[in-house]
Design a protein around this ligand. Structure first.
Ligand SMILES: CC(C)(COP(=O)(O)OP(=O)(O)OC[C@H]1O[C@@H](n2cnc3c(N)ncnc32)[C@H](O)[C@@H]1OP(=O)(O)O)[C@@H](O)C(=O)NCCC(=O)NCCS
Length: 224
């Protein structure tokens, strides 16, 4: 085990409230799949000190630059607050983490088809299925989600557990898709929009709006 730890890439999770899925995914891959590619080094968090679920808090999010020149240290950006997507997006841009330092973390039980394109910093959690879709930088796919072929999911978008993103859909930048939501094929969801839990979207969701229900209808705009 010691030898495996020495080979592992060290990950710093930025955000990581409630320890999040990234840390659990890495630990689960190590423990149950003998996959030692990554090891959680700690968390950068702007609100807490000490530790979160046993992972040390190493500093604030803006401290990440201290580690940019260190070999073998990588980052996972885990700040996704539904309805406050723009703030998380702005912080990500301010941090300016080099692309090659963004870790792509995939649970071993996820299925990623050959035609899929995963940009740096993508997370795909347990039992998810990614067909030949394009997931852009920092996309986070929660457990048991499906992303069908020909779809594009914009940077930093957050797909909650049990969601289904149909074929040839276009999900914008920093979108939140609530748990169990379904986006019917060829739909378009605009930047910073929120799809409510359980919604069925068939068509178009404008930027910065919240749509919910079946079929999904406008609920309100997001104040940004
Ligand atoms: C859509 C959402 C963002 C709205 O949050 P909000 O603005 O705080 O809304 P509120 O809870 O104040 O509810 C406002 C109204 O919307 C309704 N509503 C809330 N969520 C809804 C949903 N998912 N579908 C349909 N209606 C919903 C409420 O019943 C309420 O209706 P009322 O005004 O007739 O009483 C939120 O409910 C949601 O679905 N978030 C996603 C949660 C999620 O999937 N988390 C993933 C964690 S892994």
């Amino acid at each position: 085990m010691q030898q495996n730890n020495m080979k592992s890439k060290k990950i710093i999770i930025i955000g990581g409230a409630k320890a999040g899925g990234v840390a659990s995914c890495i630990d689960h891959n190590r423990k149950h799949y003998n996959d030692y590619e990554y090891e959680v080094m700690g968390i950068l968090n702007d609100f807490e000190t000490g530790s979160i679920n046993g992972y040390p808090i190493l500093g604030k999010s803006r401290d990440c630059a201290r580690y940019f020149d260190e070999d073998n240290i990588y980052f996972s950006y885990a700040i996704h607050v539904i309805g406050k997507n723009k703030l998380g997006d702005e912080l990500f841009q301010e941090l300016n983490i080099p692309e090659e330092k963004l870790a792509t973390v995939i649970h071993k039980s996820a299925i990623i088809l050959d035609g899929a394109i995963l940009d740096p910093g993508v997370t795909v959690l347990a039992l998810s299925y990614i067909s030949s879709a394009h997931l852009k930088t920092g996309v986070y796919v929660s457990p048991q989600s499906t992303i069908c072929h020909g779809s594009e999911v914009g940077p930093l978008s957050y797909i909650s557990m049990g969601s289904i993103i149909g074929s040839v859909t276009k999900i914008g930048r920093s979108v939140s898709v609530g748990m169990g939501a379904k986006i019917i094929e060829k739909s378009v969801v605009g930047d910073f929009a929120v799809v409510a839990a359980g919604a069925v979207v068939n068509g178009y969701v404008p930027d910065c709006s919240i749509y919910g229900g079946i079929p999904a209808k406008f609920m309100r705009n997001i104040d940004i």
